[in-house]
Design a protein around this ligand. Structure first.
Ligand code: COA
Length: 269
């Protein structure tokens, strides 16, 4: 296993751990004593870490996970909610949504390694990632109604995309948790594996994606996201992304390799 050069000055965080190995940036939310609840600082740092990963040429994919064996993220930090005004509540939601949209629109694949509770903002964070791989102890839910709240980091808009309106409304209104198998059955997660296999499974999926054209992967992300964007014609977005591929070296390499009956070696150019 190779370890790429790593500049700690841009990747040292208060609430996160970040490391790059085999061209994969792993961002670990590191507040295990609070079940990795997302305070303002954590949300802000996730945004910085993802941006750093997106702009770092050594990084081909990003994994987001939580520290410890129990929790991915048990929600936004409830302690920070106390005494907020309507305006401050809206600002909090906007800040979270902005970072989660940044993850969703990241040009490199972002995988959530869901290692336990993914509740509230944790469920929302996982849903902003392109893929979700869960350990068998994972639990998903939007329990904000228990606090007299609703989801604010995009949960009302994203859960419906994965599980449909029927189940999304039920989950938001009851606050019930889904176990990993239920999440798999509903299409909320891509895979469920034993906890000690979680990071290996994430790497396995990423290694497969890494053999493809990074340019094409970005085109896939942009086109699929366009389906869910208000006022955007997704078919038109696909036409544009498809067309853009023809100007890439990756396209030339991919087609040439096919015709020469060899494996393509994509450079992301
Ligand atoms: N915000 C702030 N702190 C949180 C938190 C959150 N979302 N979730 C857990 N914590 C803290 C607890 O307050 C506790 O801190 P303490 O030891 O200083 O008292 C610590 O994490 C451990 O949590 P605890 O509740 O003791 O663990 P548990 O195993 O008994 O229960 C949960 C686990 C996830 C069921 C429970 O912590 C919970 O319901 N958390 C809130 C989930 C939620 O409503 N999320 C949406 C928020 S909008």
């Amino acid at each position: 296993m190779s370890t790429e050069p790593f500049n700690p000055s841009v990747m040292t965080f208060e609430t996160l751990l970040a490391s790059i190995e085999n061209n994969i940036l792993t961002i670990t939310i590191n507040r295990p004593d609070k079940l990795n609840a997302l305070n303002k600082k954590t949300v802000e740092e996730i945004g910085v870490a993802v941006k750093n990963g997106e702009t770092n040429n050594d990084v081909k994919a990003i994994i987001i996970t939580g520290a410890g064996p129990k929790s991915f993220v048990a929600g936004a930090d409830i302690a920070e909610f106390v005494g907020l005004s309507v305006e401050q509540g809206m600002a909090l939601a906007k800040a979270g949504q902005d970072v989660f949209k940044q993850i969703e629109n990241c040009s490199k694949p972002v995988v959530a390694a869901v290692n336990g509770f993914a509740l509230g903002g944790g469920c929302e964070l996982s849903m902003a990632c392109h893929l979700r791989i869960a350990s068998d102890n994972a639990k998903f839910g939007q329990p904000e109604v228990n606090l007299g709240l609703i989801a604010g980091y995009g949960g009302t808009q994203r859960l419906i995309q994965y599980v449909g309106k029927t189940k999304a409304l039920e989950l938001h209104m009851t606050g019930d948790m889904l176990n990993a198998e239920q999440a798999l059955t509903l299409g909320l997660v891509n895979y469920v594996v034993a906890q000690d296999q979680l990071m290996a499974k994430c790497s396995e999926v990423i290694e497969k994606i890494k053999t493809k054209s990074p340019k094409a992967i970005t085109g896939v992300i942009n086109s699929v996201n366009a389906y869910f964007e208000n006022g955007v014609d997704g078919f038109n977005a696909e036409i544009n992304e498809f067309g853009k591929c023809f100007a890439t070296e990756d396209f030339k390499e991919g087609t040439t390799a096919f015709l020469e009956k060899r494996k393509a070696n994509f450079t992301g150019k």
